[in-house]
Design a protein around this ligand. Structure first.
Ligand code: ASP
Ligand code: MG
Length: 417
């Protein structure tokens, strides 16, 4: 059994949806779980609807626009699938019902109840199209398999409960049809609410399904040819990483390589399930293979540049040293605000971190101001180089004097302005 995951870019319009069917026909007709993200920029649009609703602003026009878009694609790719049209209509009605009442609970909870619709819509459309072209599949509600806690917007998987959900799916797959079409990104909690796994979480969903079903492989179909040693949109002469180890890929995605969601690899590694990253635009190209083998890992330096960094320096007001007691308080502030530390360094009197410049990070600075003197430097870049050589560092630093520099045997990191 294989798992194919199609991201938002690959199902962004009618042509993309048709291409899913082509890829399925060509590469894995049988024994397949297909996971889809929301179409194109739908998740962003749903986020905007959430914020508007929470602010008490009208949402009807935005919802209507999404409905028109989705209905148009459905009619184009599956003109005779009446049942799907009714189903899609019902799903939009369900969203409208959610938005009809004023929000009563936490932001994160409401976010999940709204934003999760994107995957329900796209999976309904792709399913209808597969049906229309004779590729029979079962539409599955991922929330019955991916069971999570109630940490909305960043839900954690309950693997035991999920294994039970997967059993039911597996039983169905033993009968015809053996193909299943389901959603990425969303999960279900015991209190009956919908949860999400964090933005771009559909890759992680693919890994969850693969793990639970002991899949033979996972393929992520993307609009790029695979995993590169640097972002091809930023650098002219990048190299495709044809074979990389789980370990190396985990490090790269942890440091910010945006090709795969960082949590995707651990479940796959545990069961030694290879991950292929391939382009749906050039489906015959081999792409990248991520597996246990480590022989390809050190061939080229890989680098990741994270722009818009805020370099924050935190000093106790009472002139005490930076020690465990105040560090644990500082870390708690970061955890509470859900601000991820990209890099950290401490001296006797200051603790310095680099974080993404977000409203949450700005809030955090205010929180810390009570006990600490906090200085910040905005507009910085965080550069990470794996398997560095001096030529690569020189080229990336481009004469700039780093504000922070950290080197281990394998990884060099810099904050520059
Ligand atoms: N649709 C969600 C997002 O855009 C999840 C995903 O695409 O992986 O973040
Ligand atoms: Mg997406």
């Amino acid at each position: 059994m294989k798992v194919f995951k199609f991201g938002g870019a690959s199902v962004k319009d009618a042509e993309g949806v048709r291409n899913v069917a082509e890829v399925v026909k060509r590469y894995a007709l049988d024994d397949l779980v297909i996971i889809v993200s929301a179409m194109g920029k739908t998740t962003n649009a749903l986020e905007n609807i959430t914020w508007a609703w929470l602010d008490g602003r009208p949402t009807a026009n935005m919802v209507e626009a999404l409905e028109r878009e989705h209905r148009t694609v459905l009619i184009e790719v599956a003109p005779t699938e009446e049942a799907a049209r009714t189903k899609l209509q019902g799903q939009f009605a369900a969203l409208e019902a959610v938005l009809q009442d004023p929000p009563t609970s936490g932001v994160e909870f409401h976010y999940d109840q709204v934003v999760s619709f994107g995957e329900l819509w796209s999976s309904t459309i792709v399913h209808a199209h597969l049906n229309a072209v004779g590729i029979v599949s079962a539409w599955w509600d991922a929330r019955s398999v991916v069971r999570t806690d109630t940490r909305h917007r960043a839900a954690r998987v309950d693997w035991e409960a999920s294994a039970q959900g997967a059993d039911a799916m597996w039983t169905t797959m033993q009968q015809a049809p053996i193909r299943v079409l389901t959603q990425g990104f969303i999960g279900g909690a015991d209190d009956g609410t919908t949860t999400t796994l964090g933005r771009e979480g559909s890759d992680f969903s693919a890994a969850i399904f693969a793990y639970l079903l002991d899949a033979e492989s996972v393929t992520i179909w993307k609009d790029v040819a695979g995993m590169f040693n640097a972002d091809p949109n930023r650098f002219p002469d990048t190299t495709l990483l044809e074979r990389i180890s789980y370990r190396e890929a985990i490090e790269l995605s942890y440091f910010g390589a945006s090709v795969i969601h960082p949590r995707t690899l651990q479940p796959l590694q545990r069961k030694n399930i290879p991950l292929y990253v391939r382009s749906f635009l050039d489906a015959d190209a081999a792409g990248s293979t991520i597996s246990e083998a480590t022989d390809g890992d050190t061939l080229v330096p890989s680098f990741i540049v994270k722009p818009k960094q805020l370099l924050i320096s935190i000093t106790p007001r009472d002139l005490s040293f930076i020690v465990e007691e105040n560090l644990s308080g500082i870390f708690k502030c970061f955890a509470d605000r859900q601000v991820r530390i990209e890099l950290m360094q401490n001296s006797a009197v200051a603790f310095t971190v680099s974080v993404d410049d977000t409203p949450r990070a700005r809030q955090l600075i205010e929180d810390l101001r009570g006990d600490y003197e906090v200085r910040h430097n905005e507009g910085c870049e965080l550069i990470t180089v794996r398997h560095f050589d001096e030529a690569t560092l020189k080229r990336l630093l481009n004469g700039k004097e780093p504000l922070i520099e950290q080197r281990s045997r394998i990884t060099a990191r810099f904050v520059v302005k």
